[in-house]
Design a binder for this molecule. Structure first.
Ligand code: HEC
Length: 164
């Protein structure tokens, strides 16, 4: 199901790229490929009902709990807000916007559980990992919403790109 979702994303992206190339081939200089892409993605998100991390997928209270766990288990390497330090890379900003944009939140979560904290993977409860994820999203700039993020949600939420 994850693979299918990723394949879907790749196909959608290919279609967008193909469309962009077409626009250039016909040298229609009025068209701005970037705006087209954004509009296409927005339409897809609305019509398909695909949620992204920018749709209020965690609560403020949950992100606060996550911050406590983050401070204890992750901040020593990734910094207090995830901007990174000499001990670990930045985990917010470009890495979420680019590397994970077309992937479900589940993939990011699975990586974290299987690898972090470095040297002690799987050492926290799944609830703590979910709360930490909420904190990372909040630190990245995603707004909180009314319902807490749960493990069951992770596969249905795409990372997406930060809206302007
Ligand atoms: C001892 C230092 C250390 C600690 C503690 C640590 N990390 Fe990491 N983390 C790293 C390093 C180093 C990498 C880069 C690994 C790589 O590139 O293979 C990394 C990579 C990551 C990434 C991947 C970023 C990307 O580019 O995809 C995420 C997300 C992450 N860590 C989250 C966490 C979380 C959440 C915690 C706490 C539960 C944590 N880390 C604790 C050192 C640490």
């Amino acid at each position: 199901m994850n693979n299918k979702t990723i394949l879907g994303g790749v196909l959608a992206l290919s279609a967008v790229l193909a469309g962009t190339t077409g626009a250039f081939a016909f040298s229609n200089i009025e068209r701005t490929p970037a705006a087209d892409t954004a509009a296409t993605e927005e339409a897809a998100a609305t019509e398909g009902g695909t949620r992204t991390i920018y749709d209020g997928v965690f609560t403020a209270e949950q992100a606060e709990r996550g911050q406590t766990d983050w401070t204890a288990s992750c901040a020593s390497c990734h910094g207090p807000t995830g901007r990174g330090s000499s001990g670990g890379p930045r985990v917010i900003g470009p890495v979420i916007n680019n590397k994970y944009a077309d992937k479900p939140l589940q993939e990011y979560f699975d990586y974290v559980v299987a690898n972090m904290p470095m040297g002690a993977p799987h050492s926290l409860s799944n609830e703590a990992y979910v709360d930490i994820t909420a904190f990372i999203l909040s630190s990245h700039g995603a707004e909180p919403g009314d319902a807490e993020l749960t493990e069951a949600d992770l596969g249905n939420i795409m990372m997406g790109r930060k809206p302007n």
